[in-house]
Design a protein around this ligand. Structure first.
Ligand SMILES: Cc1cc2nc3c(=O)[nH]c(=O)nc-3n(C[C@H](O)[C@H](O)[C@H](O)COP(=O)(O)OP(=O)(O)OC[C@H]3O[C@@H](n4cnc5c(N)ncnc54)[C@H](O)[C@@H]3O)c2cc1C
Length: 543
């Protein structure tokens, strides 16, 4: 095995002696469910500084549509939720973690309700729906497809009322500061105030996923994987980077955002058809339109190739006019482009949706670096294995945000030591590149297209090594540049992560869960019931 992606330790040149400094007990990076839940736990006891790179509401969490899974209504049971999660994870979930998260689910939901979250009800009782992979109705929704908005708004109200939580929007975390191997704070940037240092006794990374690294994605613009890249540069161990989940059906209209078209649409009778209007799923799987997510994604790609089309279509015309009421979100999104879902086909194709891999953590959200916690999509807890069961990720963010928060409060209240003091002065001198100007959007678009083509739904040795070579070339003239704005730092992060995903995907010579290798199309339990761990400067480890 060779060494993978060599990356600079810090992206920016800095000297803490010359920068403004904020002193806090806990720095929380992000404002999705995981970050907010952690802040709520810590806020009553310690000073929190919460940094988020856009507005508070800009996160994957806010846009989550489907719902949150919790076994709250009989005949559903914790055991059945555990079994479904394990089955979807394809043999590499950590059963202890699955049990911990699933058992905590009803209580996490109850807390949300106590704090004012309004889940949809039928005859006064919370209604629970069913979703692919769940063997019982257990998905809670809010206003149909606005579950993420309802949950994050509830958490934001609560965090906003806490005096000890200092919220800093539009504040970009560039790097974790370390006195090796202890994390002592964050190097951050604000458009008005420039660079500054947050000195923190504990740091919680809750920066979400990296969907934007792919040309097609359901994720909002903030999801560029910064936290994963930061953690890697600081020396944290990342696991399972090859496992990226793709959603089979997102609205595909040039210039429009990639609105997710929920799987319930097919569950209730919607059919996938090709550009000739021909249903095709029966040719790919005995379950036809109800085949598992990854099978449907691959079938769509294959059918697009076969017919030379850029997308396929969802046909909901059999529902009649009622369909507009049944799926109001999709109807509204399509209507903006004069597509009437009762009459017209909806253009769809798959896109990157969820990062399964991430920074390894224990049951309290502690990473491999002292004083650094991670929770939510940026972390790898062992819950999802090789594939995420729908509606389990909001849950995971809440459970681990709470666990990390509690552990930090316990430690700090018990007078735990903080490890090495941050030295008076911490600096990083970067050599300024003598190269000319770079057109950043061009490199970014090229990377996103390459990731989609070569490191996407169907992978092979040749495609992956071509991607690795090209990204290495781009890195050679992007990484030695010193940027002073997030666009540059994000690109540097995305290039590094692109290589990590390609490298992990090339090592896993089998097909499992969301990872499909056309040159190794079978699952290989004898060799690959394992995880791939990566840390900067070290060879990847298979454990
Ligand atoms: C369209 C869509 C629908 C989904 N539907 C569901 C669903 O129904 N059920 C479900 O369980 N899951 C769903 N998911 C997945 C789920 O939303 C996410 O996995 C989960 O919300 C992640 O939460 P998080 O707190 O870890 O990260 P996020 O909610 O993504 O929050 C990350 C935060 O970190 C901030 N950030 C990132 N980088 C930096 C930086 N450098 N500096 C400062 N701040 C930074 C971001 O701005 C953001 O506020 C969906 C995802 C999408 C995109």
């Amino acid at each position: 095995m060779r060494r993978h992606a060599q990356v600079r330790r810090y992206l920016a040149a800095f000297d803490t002696a010359r920068l403004p400094q904020v002193f806090t007990d806990v720095a929380v990076v992000g404002s999705g469910v995981a970050a907010l839940r952690a802040a709520i736990e810590i806020g009553p006891h310690c000073q929190v500084t919460l940094l988020t790179k856009s507005r508070l509401t800009e996160s994957n969490s806010f846009y989550a549509q489907g719902g949150i899974a919790a076994a709250i209504a009989s005949p559903d049971t914790i055991e059945s939720h555990v079994a479904d999660t394990l089955a979807t994870g394809c043999g590499v979930c950590d059963e202890k973690v699955v049990r911990q998260v699933v058992t905590a689910a009803p209580d996490c939901v109850r807390e949300l309700i106590d704090w004012g979250a309004d889940f949809d009800k039928t005859e006064g009782r919370i209604s629970v729906g069913r979703e692919g992979g769940h063997s019982a109705p257990r998905i809670l929704h809010a206003r149909g497809d606005e579950t993420g908005k309802e949950i994050t708004s509830t958490l934001i109200r609560r965090v906003g009322a806490m005096e000890a939580v200092d919220i800093r929007e539009e504040t970009y975390a560039i790097d974790l500061l370390t006195v090796h191997p202890t994390v002592v704070g964050v190097l951050a940037w604000h458009p008005k105030h420039g660079m500054f240092v947050v000195r923190a006794r504990r740091t919680v990374l809750a920066t979400g996923g990296l969907g934007r690294i792919y040309r097609e994605t359901t994720n909002p613009e903030v999801a560029t994987g910064d936290g994963l890249a930061m953690a890697y540069r600081a020396g944290a161990v990342l696991a399972d980077m090859e496992f990226v989940q793709f959603h089979p059906t997102t609205l595909y209209i040039a210039g429009a955002s990639r609105h997710l078209v929920s799987e319930t649409v097919r569950g209730e009778g919607g059919r996938l058809v090709d550009k000739a209007g021909r249903p095709f799923m029966a040719e790919y799987h005995p379950m036809g339109d109800l085949a598992p997510r990854d099978v449907v994604s691959r079938a769509i790609i294959a059918q697009m190739r076969k017919t030379g089309a850029t997308n396929v279509y969802l046909d909901l015309t059999a529902f009649g006019r009622d369909v507009r009421k049944r799926f109001p979100g999709i109807a509204k999104a399509c209507a903006q482009f004069d597509i009437d879902i009762a009459r017209d086909y909806i253009p769809v194709r798959p896109s990157a949706h969820y990062m399964v891999g991430g920074a390894t953590v224990d049951a309290f959200g502690r990473t491999s670096l002292a004083n650094l916690y991670a929770c939510g999509e940026v972390s790898s807890t062992g819950l999802h294995g090789a594939n995420r069961l729908g509606s389990n990720s909001l849950l995971e963010g809440l459970v681990y945000g709470r666990a990390a928060g509690r552990h930090i409060v316990e430690e700090l209240s018990a007078g735990a030591t903080d490890g090495p003091e941050m030295p008076e002065r911490l600096r990083n001198d970067s050599i300024r590149s003598t190269r000319g100007q770079l057109h950043l959007p061009d490199v970014r678009d090229s990377l996103r297209s390459l990731m989609w083509r070569n490191v996407g739904i169907v992978r092979s040795h040749d495609d992956l090594s071509e991607a690795d070579g090209l990204i290495e070339f781009w890195q050679s003239y992007v990484l030695d540049k010193v940027f002073d704005r997030p666009a540059g730092w994000e690109l540097q992060n995305m290039l590094g992560l692109g290589r990590l995903i390609a490298h992990a995907a090339s090592l896993r010579t089998e097909t499992r869960g969301v990872h499909y290798r056309s040159d190794y199309p079978e699952r290989d339990d004898a060799r690959w019931k394992k995880h791939i761990l990566m840390a900067m400067g070290e060879e990847a480890r298979v454990v």
